[in-house]
Design a binder for this molecule. Structure first.
Ligand SMILES: Nc1ncnc2c1ncn2[C@@H]1O[C@H](COP(=O)(O)OP(=O)(O)OP(=O)(O)O)[C@@H](O)[C@H]1O
Ligand SMILES: CC(C)(CO)[C@@H](O)C(=O)[O-]
Ligand code: BAL
Length: 283
C-alpha cells in the first residue's frame, strides 16, 4: 500500500492507473476508521480496478466550537485496517498541503445547493461549504471514476450529488448503506467519545427510527405523527437538534408523504453529537 501526502504525487498515481484504462474508486474519510468506512472500501474494490482512500480531518468543515482538535487520529490503526482491506493508495495530506496559506484564509470555495440549508445547515451553518470545497479538492487531487459515500451522512450525500450534477464533475457518486453495530447504533467515528452510559442511551436513536419505519410500513403518511413517535422515544438523549420526516429530494417538510421521504435525527449524548436516518420509500 502506498501513502501520499503530496497532491502532485497522488494525482500522478491516479493518472498512471487511468492511462492504462483502469477505473479508480475514491473513498473520502476523516480517519478513525470502522466497519462503515470499510464497507465503502469493499464497494469501491468490487466495482473499480483500483481503490484510493483519503484520510483528512478537514478544518474548514468544523466550526470554532466543534471537535476539530479532539477528533480521533489513530493513524497507525487506520493504515493497518486499509492495508488489510486491500487498499492500494492512501492520500493523507497535511492541512498546509490542502490549504496553502492557511485554511481560514482560503478564498475560493464551493457554494453548495439549497439542500445544504435545512437540518445540519441550521446547526452547522458553514459545514457543507467546507465539505463541498474539500471534496471538490479531493476529486482534483485523486481524479477517480467513482467516489463512495455513506448514507449515514445523508444530507452530505445529497450535497455532493448536487455538486457533481451542477458543476458537471466527471465522477459517479455511489451511495453506500449504513453499517450498524449489532444492537442498531449507526457506526460513527464519534461513537468512541461515548461513555458506557451515553452509549446505552444512544440506542434510542436507531430505535426511534425503527419505530418510525414500522408506522410508515403500517400506512402512516403523516410526517407530524411520525415525528411525534420519534420525539417520544428520544428522551434519553441530552439534546435533540432535530428529529424530522422530510421529502427525500429537497429535505424540506411536506404536509403529507406522497413520494419517498426520509426520517433524520441529530442528537447529543453528553458532548457528543450523533446523526442517523432512515429512508422511507413509497414504492
Ligand atoms: N456507519 C456507516 N455506514 C456507512 N457509511 C458510513 C458510516 N459511518 C461513516 N460512513 C461514511 O464514511 C465516510 C467518511 O465519514 P467520516 O470519516 O466522517 O466517518 P464518520 O464515522 O461519519 O465520522 P463522524 O463520527 O465524524 O461523523 C462518509 O461517506 C460517511 O458517510
Ligand atoms: C466527506 C468528508 C471526508 C469531507 O471531509 C467528511 O465530511 C466525511 O468524512 O464524511
Ligand atoms: N461525517 C461528517 C463529518 C463531520 O461531521 O464533520
Amino acid at each position: 500500500m502506498e501513502t501520499f501526502s503530496s497532491i502532485d504525487a497522488m494525482r500522478a498515481w491516479c493518472r498512471e492507473k487511468s492511462i492504462s484504462g483502469k477505473t479508480i474508486g475514491l473513498v473520502p474519510t476523516m480517519g478513525a476508521l470502522h466497519e462503515g468506512h470499510l464497507s465503502l472500501v469493499h464497494a469501491a474494490k468490487n466495482s473499480c480496478d483500483h481503490c484510493v482512500t483519503s484520510i483528512f480531518v478537514n478544518p474548514t468543515q468544523f466550526a470554532a466550537n466543534e471537535d476539530l482538535d479532539q477528533y480521533p487520529r489513530p493513524i497507525e490503526d487506520d493504515l493497518a485496517m486499509l492495508r488489510h482491506a486491500g487498499v492500494e493508495a492512501v492520500f493523507m495530506p497535511t492541512a498546509d498541503e490542502m490549504y496553502p496559506g492557511g485554511a481560514e484564509r482560503h478564498a475560493t470555495s464551493v457554494h453548495p445547493s439549497a439542500v445544504a440549508l435545512p437540518l445540519e445547515g441550521v446547526h452547522r451553518p458553514e459545514h457543507f461549504a467546507g465539505v463541498a470545497t474539500v471534496v471538490m479538492k479531493l476529486f482534483q487531487a485523486a481524479p477517480s471514476d467513482r467516489a463512495f459515500f455513506g448514507r449515514k451522512d445523508f444530507q452530505q450525500l445529497c450535497v455532493i450529488e448536487h455538486m457533481v450534477r451542477d458543476l458537471n464533475l466527471p465522477i459517479e457518486i455511489v451511495p453506500c448503506d449504513i453499517v450498524r453495530e449489532p444492537d442498531g447504533l449507526a457506526m460513527s467515528s464519534r461513537n468512541r467519545y461515548l461513555s458506557d452510559n451515553e452509549r446505552q442511551r444512544a440506542l434510542c436513536i436507531s430505535k426511534s427510527l425503527n419505530l418510525v419505519e414500522r408506522a410508515f410500513l403500517d400506512g402512516s403518511r403523516d410526517p407530524k405523527q411520525l415525528e411525534s413517535i420519534m420525539g417520544d422515544h428520544l428522551s434519553p438523549c441530552d439534546r435533540v437538534d432535530y428529529a424530522v420526516v422530510v421529502d427525500r429530494q429537497t429535505l424540506l417538510p411536506v404536509p403529507k408523504i406522497t413520494r419517498n421521504a426520509v426520517a433524520l435525527v441529530a442528537a447529543r449524548l453528553g458532548a457528543t453529537r450523533l446523526i442517523d436516518n432512515r429512508e422511507l420509500e413509497t414504492g
